[in-house]
Design a binder for this molecule. Structure first.
Ligand SMILES: *[C@@H]1O[C@H](CO)[C@@H](O)[C@H](O)[C@H]1NC(C)=O
Length: 685
């Protein structure tokens, strides 16, 4: 697997590597560096609402003490809490708790404990031998913080942004490239490659420094990753540089939110101006339920929302018209929502009156880093949604008539039941990404409402309106604009669990028959798809004007991908991937499907391009079989302009699922327009 992967990686970088790939960089040496900070466990301690370790809080689903230690480098103490949270500080916590109270497994290692609700496993950094301050990261790059050596995945890169490979790569060059693109992260790999990103791919893990042992080809004193290993650097957000408005007009701030150039999260209005402010966008979008600010000068409005909550640090670009305000980032928007629009109201019946509580807590907006303090003391799955958490009438004028559905949804069975082959639904949860987001630690008090709306619109594509059990998973009451963290978490967890219930049965995302049928999670449809049918459901003809279930890679700055009516092969639309001065970059589309192991399939497409003098490559890949277009076929250099050609891969499926990938990349001087149409995936036997 490894050798195929690295071979494919070289090829996918296109002609660029022809001259260098055969000769591994000379002069490489292996650094025996072990600069992981050493620490000692102090035991279980009580936390308080104001946090005994208040700094640099992060929450990840792969938390361990070691990961927290890396995050807290430079502090004296750190602690893990609530399975996935990490806190840093300079003062030793004082209130010890019985060790038995720190009983939650770490999200990154079930054999290790990571605190519990308001309980911290606390650690102290060892300073016995060397003062930490004298411990240097591999190379200091001004303005960046070194994050470590990380694993990379092909073709899903750890850092999702633009990609450059240069035979004279240095840290400075990579830093400059990524800074110019507005990215907070950069990473160097394999001596010559540079990746930019807005965050780290959750699939990547930190590994020992020794695995990043290749020197940069442009400066042998610097370390540039290794094979499928990246040295990663991050530009920390300038503290206090920007802020979001708590409310503006009828809107409240919700969350940093994902967006895509070819499939906007808000589609009704696209407005750009060089004096953009939050207020101007709010004004422009006043008739809509949502607005979002992106890339410093872009404003989007809409009543329909897709996409998902993203970490706040991804939204780190300032508004051009108001340098104190955040205006999103690359493919990220700061999302604002009207208080009433956080309702996920359905037509479901309201059956009993609200229990009125006189001691309803006042719900106040919380800053991002303190969303955790109100977390329940036990696991969220045990927390019933209490009516005491319902919004007071000061939060929303409609709450007095709200029914008890937030309670009702906890009646759903809490765990998924796989009654078929669990591998059939290749996505572990079997839910669309927008719904899986409900289980994410990124979700916060403000983004829970928009996240439920986005999940609902995603599910609509899978027939949810005709599935009362799934529809009933969503509460009919409006949440307050900023619910308490406990309420947000509890509602999200309840909806998420409910959608997994066998009765909700939405669910096989990868099932081409899902458009018309509903299945229980994991159930194998019977009969299986017949031969001769295009399993892409027409998504490869792009006739409906969308990418359908194709997922576009993130390199949208150099490579624009649009649905175009300029040159359809058939019908009236096709895909246009426009490459503009791409130096060793590329972009890909991905599609996941169920298949029957042992049967033969064909993945094919038609294409043409406009610039035969560019070294563009067009690859088809099939995973998990790791099949790809042969190198000589993939290179479009010299291939006739403006004429249709075809590419295909025929294979026998080894697993019960496939991932189809279409990748266009290479070096393009000026422009190369690559038109693609009639992508099909057909079962042959
Ligand atoms: C090479 O990298 C080292 C370490 O960052 C730096 O001190 C040196 O100036 C660099 N050399 C060149 C020619 O840039």
């Amino acid at each position: 697997m490894d050798s195929s992967r690295s071979k494919m990686r070289l090829l996918s970088l296109g002609a660029l590597f022809l001259s260098t790939s055969s000769a591994l960089p000379n002069g490489l040496y292996s650094r025996q560096v072990d600069d992981a900070p050493k620490y000692t466990a102090l035991g279980c301690f009580l936390d308080t609402g104001s946090r005994v370790l208040p700094s640099k809080v992060i929450s990840t689903h792969d938390m361990t003490a070691e990961k927290c230690a890396a995050n807290c480098r430079g502090y004296d103490y750190f602690g893990t809490q609530w399975s996935s949270e990490c806190y840093c500080g300079s003062n030793k916590p004082t209130d010890a708790a019985p060790a038995s109270e720190c009983n939650m497994p770490c999200s990154g290692n079930p054999d290790e404990t990571c605190g519990a609700g308001m309980r911290l496993n606390v650690y102290e950094f060892d300073r016995a031998c060397d003062d930490l301050d004298t411990e240097e990261p591999p190379v200091v790059i001004s303005g960046f913080e070194y994050k470590g050596c990380y694993t990379d995945n092909v073709p899903q890169r750890v850092l999702g942004g633009i990609t450059v490979a240069q035979h004279d790569m240095t840290l400075e060059k990579c830093a400059a490239t990524c800074t110019a693109g507005g990215y907070a992260f950069f990473g160097v790999e394999y001596g010559t490659e540079c990746f930019c990103g807005t965050n780290l791919d959750a699939a990547s893990t930190k590994v020992s420094e020794g695995e990043c042992s290749m020197t940069c080809m442009g400066n042998h004193s610097q370390q540039c990753g290794g094979p499928n290993r990246l040295n990663i650097y991050e530009k920390p957000n300038p503290v206090g540089a920007g802020s979001n408005l708590e409310s503006v007009g009828d809107f409240h701030y919700a969350s940093c939110w994902t967006d895509k150039v070819d499939d906007r999260s808000l589609k009704a209005v696209d407005w750009r101006t060089d004096d953009m402010t939050v207020e101007k966008c709010a004004d422009r979008c006043s008739e809509f339920s949502y607005f979002g600010l992106e890339y410093s000068r872009e404003c989007y409005c809409g009543n329909e929302l897709i996409g998902q909550a993203a970490p706040e640090k991804d939204c780190a670009m300032l508004c051009v018209g108001a340098p104190g305000q955040w205006c999103g980032g690359p493919d990220r928007m700061n999302l604002y929502t009207k208080a009433t629009s956080t309702s996920v109201t359905t037509s479901a019946e309201v059956t009993t009156p609200v229990e009125t509580e006189t001691d309803t807590p006042t719900i106040t907006p919380e800053p991002e880093t303190t969303t955790a303090p109100t977390e329940p003391e036990t696991t969220t799955s045990d927390i019933p949604v209490s009516t005491t958490e319902l919004p007071s009438s000061t939060e929303s004028s409609t709450t007095t008539t709200q029914g008890p559905e937030l309670t009702t949804i906890t009646d759903c069975p809490p765990t998924p039941t796989y009654n078929g082959n669990p591998a059939y639904c290749y996505v572990s949860s079997g839910l669309p990404t927008a719904c899986r987001q409900l289980a994410s630690t990124t979700l916060n008090s403000r983004s829970v409402g928009p996240s439920m709306s986005a999940c609902k619109s995603a599910l609509t594509r899978y027939g949810m309106p005709t599935n009362p059990a799934a529809t009933a998973c969503f509460p009919t009451t409006a949440l307050p604009a900023v619910p308490s963290s406990a309420l947000a978490r509890s509602v999200a967890d309840s909806v998420y669990a409910c959608l997994h219930a066998p009765t909700a049965s939405v669910i096989c995302q990868s099932d081409s028959a899902c458009a018309t049928n509903t299945y229980t999670v994991g159930q194998v449809p019977s009969p299986t798809p017949s031969t001769g049918v295009d399993l892409l459901k027409g998504d490869g003809g792009f006739e409906d004007g969308t990418l359908g279930d194709w997922v576009l890679g993130p390199s949208t700055h150099l490579v624009s991908t649009t649905i175009s009516n300029a040159r359809p092969k058939s019908g009236s639309r096709g895909l246009l991937m426009r490459y503009l001065n791409v130096n060793g970059g590329g972009n890909s589309l991905t599609y996941n499907l169920p298949v029957v192991p042992g049967q033969q399939y064909r993945f094919s497409l038609s294409f043409q391009h406009t610039n035969p003098s560019s070294t563009t490559s067009l690859y088809l890949y099939v995973y998990p079989d790791i099949l790809q277009t042969p190198f000589t076929e993939a290179q479009l250099y010299g291939a006739p302009a403006n004429a249709w050609g075809t590419r295909e891969i025929t294979f026998t499926a080894k697993a019960s699922w496939v991932q189809l990938v279409l990748h266009v990349g290479g070096n393009v001087v000026a422009t190369n327009d690559v038109y693609i149409d009639d992508i099909t995936f057909v079962r042959l036997t």
